[in-house]
Design a binder for this molecule. Structure first.
Ligand code: SF4
Length: 362
């Protein structure tokens, strides 16, 4: 099976592992996509669901890795490809002087990304009715796998170690939304500033559009190289149903914020995350992507992963066919506009591990 097809299939169905301990630890809970494990297919490291309900029933299985670390992927007993598992990062084994494991401050994502959720609480997560239905930001905190607030000093310490010990190439800083004004931009500024003082590491910050466009200049001045403001869903009905709290920030505000932030960070350095499979149709996602690309915003479209313990845990993941029909034309649109993931300085679009978009040329 061609690598691009295998990636799309595994990201939709998930995979059953003969040895769940193989490779780097899987992500459970947290902000954004979760319940994944990093696997390398044909040289490309991608995140594949392993802890979701659908992954437990996936037709795909991965054998115990051999001495070279290679594992055979079978579908219904027929070998269809090989995968490898990235090794455990060295910095995960360290801890701060006051005894906090580095892995509770930031973790390795994909092949070479350091990822952190600076603030693990969110005004949108107070009630199940208002929370984003796909999000599990509170679960990893409740399970003790992370700490609520990572200080700038802690982030700088871990970033330095991750660069020196594991050669990470860029950093993603996301945050729960702390208020309805700067929406996290202020703590992202102080965090980026501290990391940049400690180590030369490109940083993507991720937050909701702040109330004042001046925050874009402040973030850039603090050391943020690229910005993510994530739409997640694109049509008003799906936004209201899937993320009733966050949908209170209208699409018009996202678009005015995209325009203002592209002027600060540059074409292709602002991106948005769109979750396919939550109800938005192919045409709706491609239509808004066309608008975003024309503005210089990179639309990173990923298959929705139903995370255990969230209100959407039983929602089906999108089919591989739906993803192919979406990502093939999107990849062509990105190529035609010369908006390339490789040119993004930092962040999810550059990492690409949560989608097979780059396999389609995006
Ligand atoms: S695409 Fe973003 S969320 Fe996914 S593994 Fe890469 S950095 Fe993490």
């Amino acid at each position: 099976m061609p690598a691009s097809q295998l990636i799309t299939e595994l990201q939709s169905f998930g995979i059953r592992l003969a040895d769940p301990r193989a490779g780097a630890p899987s992500r459970r809970g947290g902000a954004g996509p979760s319940d994944h494990k990093a696997v390398t297919i044909d040289g490309r490291t991608v995140m594949v669901p392993v802890h979701t309900a659908s992954a437990y029933e996936s037709p795909y299985t991965a054998s115990r890795p051999d001495v070279r670390g290679l594992s055979v992927v079978e579908r219904d007993g027929v070998a269809v490809g090989r995968i490898a598992f990235p090794r455990q990062p060295r910095f995960h084994a360290l801890q701060t002087l006051d005894g906090i494991p580095y892995s509770k401050i930031a973790v390795l994502h994909g092949a070479d990304v350091l990822a952190t959720t600076v603030l693990q609480t969110c005004i949108r997560y107070q009630s199940r009715a208002r929370t984003c239905q796909f999000c599990s930001i509170g679960q990893s905190l409740a399970a003790g796998r992370t700490i609520a607030r990572k200080t700038p000093e802690q982030l700088a310490e871990v970033a330095r170690a991750a660069v020196l010990l594991d050669g990470v190439k860029h950093m993603v800083m996301t945050t729960g939304t702390p208020n309805a004004t700067d929406r996290g931009a202020a703590i992202l500024c102080e965090s980026a500033f501290a990391v940049k003082q400690a180590v030369d590491l490109p940083i993507q910050a991720q937050c909701e559009p702040p109330d004042d466009d001046a925050w874009f200049r402040r973030m850039k001045a603090a050391g943020v190289d690229a910005l993510g403001m994530h739409l997640e869903a694109v049509t008003p009905e799906v936004r209201a149903r899937i993320m009733p709290g966050k949908a209170s920030v209208p699409l018009e505000r996202y678009f005015s914020a995209f325009e203002a932030s592209v002027a600060v960070f540059g074409r292709g350095q602002v991106s948005t995350y769109i979750l396919a499979g939550l109800g938005d149709g192919r045409d709706a996602i491609l239509g808004i992507s066309e608008k975003l690309i024309a503005m210089g915003v990179y639309p990173f479209v990923v298959p929705f992963v139903p995370i255990s313990g969230t209100p959407l845990e039983d929602h089906p993941a999108p089919s591989p066919g739906f993803m192919r029909d979406l990502l093939a034309p999107l990849g062509a649109m990105l190529r035609a506009a010369n908006l390339r993931s490789a040119d993004i300085k930092a962040g999810c679009g550059k990492c690409g591990a949560c989608s097979s978009l780059s396999a389609y040329g995006g």
